[in-house]
Write a protein that binds this ligand. Structure first.
Ligand SMILES: [Mg+2]
Length: 356
C-alpha cells in the first residue's frame, strides 16, 4: 500500500482568554497543523500537531518540516512509524505524521486507535487543568470556576518571582479547599536554590508535583531540587527525547516525566519513553498539548494503554480554545472517557476543508 497524497492544513485556534501567558511566552492563539494521509486504497489517516515556539519549533518551522516530510512520503509505501526517524523534520512535524499513520492503521482495521497501541488498561483519564500566570486573586477565582465545573486537579503556572508564586499557590488553596490536587510549573524560571526555597514553602499548601523548576539544560540543578524537596519534581522541557530521559534518569534528576506527543515526536516515541520511565521507577503522565481535540484524542488513546501513567493528564486544554477543526470529545466532571469510535474517535467538522 502506498501513500497517494499528504495534505497539510494550518489551523489557528483562538484562546478564549487572549491574555493567557506562562513564563516562556504569551500568544492569543494556538498554531497547529492538521495532516491528512490518503492511500492508493482510499484509506485515510488524520493527524495533528502544534507549533511550540519555546522549544524552537515556531509555526514556520513546523510547516516547512511538514512540507519536507510530505514530499518524502507522497508516492512511497506506507512507512512503519519507526522509519520516521530516518526522514528530515523536527519532533513536532513527525508527531503529526506519526499520529496520522496510527489513525490510518486503526481505520484500516476498523478499531479504535488504542487497539493499535496495545491493551487498554483504563476507560477514562482524570484531567488536570492549567492556570495561567496572573495575580494571585485572579488565579484563585479561575481555579474556583474550574473546580465548580468538576475538575479535581489544577496546575498553577509560576514565573520565578518567589513571593508572588507562593502567594498564587496560597490563594488557590484557600479558594479550592484541601481536597483539590495542586501542582506547579515554573517553566524553567528558577535557579536551583530559589526553586528549593519556593518549593519548601509551597509544599505547606500541599502541592503534589513541581514541574520544570530550572533551566532546560541545568540537570545538576534539577537533581539538586529533586534531592532537597519532598514533593516529586517533574521534567518537561528537559525531557524532549528518550536520550534526554535516559540522561535525567541516570543522574537521578527527576521523579516524574511529562510526556507530550509533539515534543517527543509522536506515539511511538512516547511509548518508548513511558517504558523507560517504568523500567527506572520514574513516574510519567501525559502533559498538555494546547491544540485541537485531534491531538488530545491521540494522547488519550496513549494514556489508555500505558499502565504507568500515575497522575492526572493535561488533555483538556482544548476547552479554552475556539475554532477546533474537530468535535466529539468533551470533559465530564473532570475526566475524559477513552473514545471507542474507529481511529482517533473524533470527527472533523463539516466546515474543515481537507481536500488535497
Ligand atoms: Mg510544562
Amino acid at each position: 500500500m502506498r501513500i497517494r497524497s499528504v495534505g497539510v492544513f494550518p489551523v489557528v485556534m483562538r484562546k478564549t482568554d487572549p491574555t493567557w501567558r506562562f513564563a516562556l511566552g504569551a500568544s492569543p492563539q494556538s498554531d497547529g497543523f492538521l495532516i491528512r494521509l490518503v492511500t492508493d486504497g482510499q484509506h485515510e489517516g488524520i493527524g495533528y500537531t502544534t507549533a511550540v515556539p519555546h522549544l524552537d519549533a515556531p509555526a514556520s518551522r513546523v510547516l516547512e518540516d511538514l512540507r519536507c516530510l510530505s514530499r518524502a512520503l507522497a508516492g512511497a509505501s506506507v512507512p512503519d512509524v519507526a522509519e520516521l526517524d530516518l526522514l528530515p523534520g523536527c519532533h513536532q512535524a513527525k508527531a503529526g505524521i506519526d499520529i496520522a499513520l496510527h489513525d490510518l492503521a486503526a481505520r484500516e482495521r476498523g478499531v479504535p486507535l488504542h487497539r493499535v497501541l496495545g491493551a487498554k488498561v483504563r476507560d477514562e483519564v482524570p484531567l488536570l487543568r492549567i492556570l495561567a500566570l496572573k495575580a494571585p486573586e485572579q488565579v484563585a477565582r479561575i481555579a474556583a470556576g474550574l473546580v465548580a465545573e468538576g475538575y479535581r486537579y489544577l496546575k498553577i503556572k509560576l514565573d520565578g518571582d518567589l513571593e508572588t508564586d507562593v502567594a498564587r499557590v496560597r490563594a488557590v488553596r484557600e479558594a479550592v479547599g484541601p481536597s483539590v490536587h495542586l501542582t506547579v510549573d515554573a517553566n524553567q524560571s528558577y535557579a536551583a536554590e530559589g526553586a528549593i526555597r519556593a518549593g519548601e514553602r509551597m509544599q505547606k499548601d500541599g502541592i503534589e508535583l513541581f514541574e520544570q523548576p530550572v533551566r532546560i539544560d541545568d540537570v545538576d540543578g534539577l537533581a539538586a531540587v529533586s534531592r532537597a524537596l519532598e514533593v516529586p519534581v517533574e521534567a518537561d522541557e528537559s525531557a524532549q527525547s528518550p536520550d534526554d530521559i535516559r540522561r535525567l534518569i541516570d543522574r537521578g534528576a527527576v521523579d516524574s516525566v511529562s510526556l507530550k506527543l509533539p515534543k517527543l515526536g509522536g506515539l511511538a516515541k512516547a511509548k518508548a519513553a513511558a517504558e523507560q520511565c517504568a523500567a527506572a521507577g520514574v513516574r510519567c503522565r501525559v502533559g498538555a498539548t494546547v491544540g485541537s481535540r485531534l491531538v488530545a484524542a491521540a494522547g488519550l488513546h496513549f494514556a489508555a494503554v500505558t499502565p504507568n501513567i500515575s497522575y492526572a493528564c493535561e488533555l483538556a486544554e482544548f476547552a479554552r480554545l475556539q475554532d477546533d477543526p474537530a468535535e466529539g470529545l468533551e470533559p465530564e466532571r473532570g475526566v475524559l472517557r477513552v473514545p471507542e469510535g474507529v481511529g482517533l474517535g473524533v470527527r472533523l467538522r463539516e466546515t474543515q476543508a481537507v481536500a488535497t
